[in-house]
Design a protein around this ligand. Structure first.
Ligand SMILES: [Zn+2]
Length: 315
């Protein structure tokens, strides 16, 4: 059967567990399976258990071991269908929708989506920018719709100063390239400039608004400021690329997810940045899926970690 191009084809294709295993194994171990215990390359395949047995240490391992799927009772066909939906729905997909579509409880689907988002995390060590490129930097605040909160939550979160319940997010966008997002505890100079230096190569043109926290970057960057009190665009100096990204991000978070705890916000940022950075042709739905699936290994997320609660059973 041909590689799937649509959700419907993907669901049909991955309904065969052996195809799921072969697809993941090929991405994970391009030169053949490697023992997850000792790294040895020779093994037997136990087709009844769908596991490999190492010829060196005799330990058995499945394709799930050492990935975001490890210890999950959810079958691989559901995992892969969930991943397909997550990377290809422009505004994201809620745990309610995934739960209904795949026959999982909302709680299981919620945990599944958080594990899948871990695969979407950008592990790139390459910096944005460099000589000749243009990078926009800006911040926004996410969260805190007081009128939708229960009274006790509202009292806990809102202290009368306004804005305290919101989380600051900083974005750096290379024009024609990638976006990087990070949650920041505040918008002070040290916070924002550390992020710029971490994510943007020296020598790039850097465009920001008139926030004073950005003062002092002009030795390393071609830093130009657009004062939004005067104008939003001055030739090439503007942050409209990021402004557009913020509205996309907020549409996803407010429309699809309704409420996002600040604690989990970075995972939604990873998700939105992944789709944005891989949105252009020649990337199609199947390519986005394959790219994400190639990033599942070496990552674990337990239920206790994702909820911040230890001692609860995983689902
Ligand atoms: Zn081994």
């Amino acid at each position: 059967m041909d590689k799937p191009k649509t959700l419907q084809q993907a669901i049909r294709y991955f309904s065969d567990e052996q195809i799921c295993i072969d697809t993941i194994a090929k991405l994970r171990w391009p030169n053949g399976p490697v023992c997850t215990s000792c790294g040895h390359k020779e093994h037997y395949y136990l087709s009844a258990q769908k596991r490999w047995k190492c010829k060196e240490c005799y330990k058995q391992f499945s394709v799930k071991v050492g990935t975001i799927f490890e210890d999950s009772p959810i079958s691989l066909d559901k995992w892969l269908a969930g991943l397909w939906m997550l990377v290809n729905c422009k505004n994201g997909i809620s745990s309610y929708e995934v739960g209904r579509a795949l026959g999982l409880t909302q709680k299981s689907a919620w945990f599944m989506l958080h594990r899948l988002r871990l695969a979407l995390q950008n592990g790139s060590v390459n910096k944005l920018g460099g000589p000749g490129s243009e990078v926009e930097v800006d911040e926004t605040f996410i969260g805190g719709k007081a009128r939708n909160m229960h009274l006790d939550v509202r009292e806990r979160r809102i202290t009368g100063t306004g804005g305290k319940d919101k989380t600051a997010v900083m974005g750096m966008l290379e024009r024609g390239g990638e976006v990087r997002l990070t949650v920041v505890p505040n918008r002070r100079k040290k916070q924002l400039q550390d992020q710029v230096r971490h994510h943007v190569a020296a020598g790039a043109a850097l465009y920001s608004d008139a926030l004073q926290s950005y003062d002092g970057l002009s030795q390393e960057y071609g830093h130009k400021v657009i004062d939004h009190a005067e104008a939003y665009v001055n030739g090439r100096v503007h942050t409209n690329g990021l402004e557009n990204f913020w509205s996309l991000l907020k549409r996803g978070i407010n429309g699809t997810y309704v409420s996002v705890e600040p604690f989990h916000l970075f995972r939604y940022l990873d998700e939105q940045a992944f789709r944005y950075n891989n949105r252009h042709k020649p990337m199609n739905d199947g390519d986005r899926f394959t790219l994400a699936l190639s990033q599942i290994a070496g990552k674990r997320l337990t239920f206790a970690e994702v909820t911040g609660k230890v001692g609860q059973a995983s689902c």
